[in-house]
Design a protein around this ligand. Structure first.
Ligand code: HXC
Ligand code: NAP
Length: 293
């Protein structure tokens, strides 16, 4: 067995209807593919309908599943409401909302226009709010007894991060929303959880976060104690578990999948990793020699 293998049994998501925002590319596409393989019907949404149609055809051909492409800019509540109605019309119900759509780019904060800052906040925080509110209202009004919201955040939702301040601000808001609604909406049978991925290379993220030769200059794998970046299938395995009934008692959780990356940056003495083995004898002697002096 390997982390690139598929984890759940074939029918794990049979009968489920799942909406993946930003499902036409990157991690959203990888998670959608696995959901289809596990028997779910999946609607993928984003701004670019041609991209969505191509992805849906590709994934239907690869999996034999049903994938519905729907144009929807998550920044606009009416578009989200229309998207929800289209999903209900096509599938009769919806069980899972995966808030995966995002916008992000690196920049010193003082270089950002007010509109640039707003653009990221609007996609990530307001977009997640729009989808969650519309789907939550529907589930509560229709008295559906079991549904799930899964939000994709990242570890700088709680550490913060320089040079991606709008994204960090927005993801922190999404994390607060996750934990708040996990309590408030549990009585309606709605579970709310999040996944915080570390580096999982995708074109969308790397074009905006590691442009030019930055990817070579700052090898993301070197920041990770496990010395590698993530594989899309291992994220898809986790997401499939989190939206399946196997995780029915998990609510309000944020699951980190980053090979230990954020903790490596956080631990005060983690820099001692650089000390060679042979030096530890000398250091031990120096410390012991100071005892009671
Ligand atoms: C400064 C910038 C900029 C940049 C855009 N802007 N790029 N400012 N530096 N590099 C400014 C523009 O000048 C404009 O402000 C405002 O931002 C909006 O830009 P538009 O291009 O008009 O917006 P839009 O077409 O809506 O595109 C949104 C976008 C774009 C976020 C700017 O990058 C996008 O479509 N992204 C979607 C996909 C994505 O970002 N994927 C990566 C997610 S990765 P003015 O004032 O000029 O009007 C991720 C990883 C997290 O989240 C963790 C990693 C470990
Ligand atoms: P990606 O391929 O660029 O995915 C982002 C998606 O969001 C795109 O499909 C994009 O589609 C969609 N989107 C952007 N603006 C939208 C809007 N206004 N309305 C609807 N959809 C919109 O990048 P990714 O790496 O797969 O990122 C997926 C998620 O993982 C994001 O939440 C990101 O923050 C998170 N994440 C990624 C990493 C990583 O290392 N890759 C690490 C941590 C967290 P359109 O352009 O067609 O609209």
């Amino acid at each position: 067995m390997s982390y690139t293998d598929k984890m759940l049994r074939d029918d794990a998501l049979k009968g489920k209807v799942i909406v993946v925002t930003g499902g036409g590319s990157g991690l959203g596409k990888a998670m959608t593919k696995y959901f289809l393989e596990l028997g779910a019907q999946v609607a993928i949404t984003s701004r670019d309908i041609d991209k969505l149609k191509n992805t849906a055809s590709e994934l239907e051909a690869a999996t034999g599943g049903t994938c519905l492409p729907l144009q929807c800019d998550v920044r606009h509540y009416e578009e989200v409401e229309n998207m929800l109605q289209s999903v209900l019309k096509a599938f009769g119900k919806v069980d899972v909302l995966l808030n995966n759509a995002a916008g992000n780019f690196i920049s010193p904060t003082e270089r950002l226009s007010a509109n640039a800052f707003d653009t990221v906040i609007d996609i990530v925080l307001k977009g997640t709010k729009n989808c969650t509110l519309a789907f939550g209202k529907h589930w509560i009004d229709s008295k559906q007894t079991s549904s799930t919201v899964l939000n994709i955040v990242t570890t700088y939702a709680w550490t913060g991060s320089a040079y991606v301040v709008p994204s960090a601000t927005a993801k922190a808001g999404v994390l607060a929303m996750t934990r708040s609604l996990a309590v408030e909406w549990a009585k309606y049978g709605i579970r709310t959880n999040a996944i915080a991925p570390g580096p999982f290379p995708t074109k969308g993220a790397w074009d905006r976060l590691m442009p030019g030769d930055l990817a070579e200059k700052f090898d993301m794998a070197k920041k990770v104690p496990l010395q590698r970046v993530g594989d899309h299938q291992e994220l898809a395995n986790l997401a499939a578990y989190m939206v399946s009934d196997f995780s029915a008692y998990i609510n309000g959780e944020v699951v980190v999948i980053d090979g230990g990356e954020w903790l490596k940056g956080a631990g005060q003495f983690n820099m001692l990793e650089a000390i060679p083995e042979e030096l530890w004898d000398q250091l031990e002697m120096m410390i012991k020699a100071k005892k009671n002096k």
